[in-house]
Design a protein around this ligand. Structure first.
Ligand code: SF4
Ligand code: SF4
Length: 428
């Protein structure tokens, strides 16, 4: 791997990164990756590719994006799974996720937004204000999505810091009106993307975009399904990593790498091989998204002797489930298909939101989980509000459920471990 051979410091300096702080960040990230991921036993060979991607996350991938820009393509960044990648792909653009999984420049952040804001929103500000994220500095447009109240109001402030922030409005109710709003907003986004790229979206271009993103989602569906095997052929940590990489890797390359990994996992499952012993307690994690490098909970769970077999999360199955229909004679019809697919995302900002509970139960059965850990970030109103009824419903259906509320800090690690261990005792 040529990782060490290339010096990206000139590129990072060109992007205006704070090199000293950026070095610190990479040091912490690299260390954490080694401890949490590389030390795992019986890892599938197919994870080598994802290790490589992680080792180059601020290097080669950013260079690729800059090379694409030099060749005339546009790069967009988004914080949420409601940004339709199909539309960006239709103009030959690239959509990357702006990860928000670590605290940074907290003092600076709290001068601008309240302390009791969720860690995810704070992280978006921290990486921007701290000038440590090469993606935020690279992208031609940042897409903000009006989902929860925290994000909505935060974008008003973020827009004063990021000149290229585009805010998309989103419905809160899955009604006919809600659908019309999403349809109108996706159409507005399509035109904004056309203007940015200087490319007109045709039905052929949009269909191609839909196919590419569908193929990526199908690969992720395969990965989800193969985890139903006991023993589990891949750890939850590694599966989460694949789901995280889905947000910033090249779509076609990622799709083929996930498919290759799934071939290996299917063969493993057929031989009865796994990363943990058969009969290991199986956990489904449900709740807030876990962006890179938020690996605390899976690490504690798997360190305590359980295996995570699914994530009902935007970085996981909530974000990847369902495909966009590929038939449709014109751009309008294909856009309708896109709206139909995205309106099924069961984010907790929707009211009411019965599909989410149904999906958790479905996943619990499909992946043969023994229990559910409901994961929430402090101050995340939508998921915290849902955590009570979701947990009560699951318990009533005989599914043991543990509710966890935490943030990106490590201070509560031991306390979490104790609670997770006690929960696992219930499952054994
Ligand atoms: S939880 Fe909701 S707001 Fe957050 S990324 Fe998912 S869809 Fe977007
Ligand atoms: S839905 Fe929750 S985790 Fe997501 S941005 Fe809003 S408050 Fe934060």
């Amino acid at each position: 791997m040529p990782a060490e051979a290339v010096d990206y410091r000139t590129m990072w300096a060109d992007l205006g990164l704070d090199l000293e702080k950026h070095d610190m960040l990479l040091g912490v990230l690299g260390q954490a990756y080694e401890t949490l991921f590389l030390s795992q036993k019986s890892r599938p060979k197919g994870m080598d590719y994802f290790n490589f991607v992680m080792s180059e996350v601020h290097g080669l991938r950013v260079k690729e994006l800059r090379d694409a820009q030099a060749a005339g393509r546009k790069v967009l960044g988004a914080f949420c799974v409601f940004a339709p990648e199909e539309i960006v792909t239709a103009v030959d653009g690239i959509l990357v996720g702006l990860c928000t999984g670590a605290d940074f420049a907290t003092e600076e952040v709290e001068k601008r937004i309240p302390r009791n804001t969720c860690a995810l929103i704070k992280s978006a500000f921290g990486f921007t204000l701290g000038r440590v994220c090469p993606y935020i500095e690279t992208v031609d447009m940042v897409v903000g999505e009006n989902t929860c109240d925290g994000k909505k109001k935060a974008y008003e402030t973020l827009g004063t810091i990021l000149p290229n922030l585009y805010v998309m409005d989103l419905p809160q109710v899955k009604s006919a009106n809600g659908r019309s709003l999403l349809r109108a907003e996706y159409e507005r986004f399509l035109h904004a993307v056309e203007d940015l790229a200087g490319v007109k979206v045709t039905a052929d271009r949009l269909r191609k975009g839909i196919r590419a993103v569908n193929a990526k989602r199908q690969a992720l569906h395969r990965l989800a399904r193969v985890r139903a095997a006991d023993p589990a052929p891949i750890s939850g940590l590694d599966a989460l990593l694949v789901n995280q990489v889905a947000f910033y890797d090249d779509t076609a390359r990622f799709t083929s790498s996930v498919n290759a990994l799934c071939d290996e996992l299917a063969a493993r499952a057929a031989r009865g091989e796994g990363v943990f012993a058969k009969g290991t307690p199986r956990i489904l994690v449900s709740g807030c998204p876990m962006a890179v490098p938020n690996w605390k909970l899976p690490w504690i769970v798997e360190g305590a002797g359980a295996v995570i077999v699914g994530e009902e999360s935007c970085v996981g199955e909530r974000g990847a489930r369902n495909l966009v229909k590929e038939d449709g004679a014109d751009v309008g019809a294909l856009l309708d298909n896109i709206v139909d697919r995205y309106l099924q995302v069961d984010c907790a900002v929707f009211t009411p939101n019965p599909d989410r509970l149904a999906h958790v139960k479905e996943m619990h059965t499909a992946y043969r989980a023994d229990g559910v850990i409901h994961y929430c970030l402090h101050f995340c109103q939508p998921y915290l509000m849902e955590s009570y009824p979701v947990a009560a419903n699951l318990e009533a259906a005989g599914i043991p459920t543990l509710r966890i509320e935490t943030d990106y800090g490590q201070e509560d690690g031991e306390q979490l471990r104790t609670r997770v261990e006690a929960f696992l005792e219930r499952l054994r």
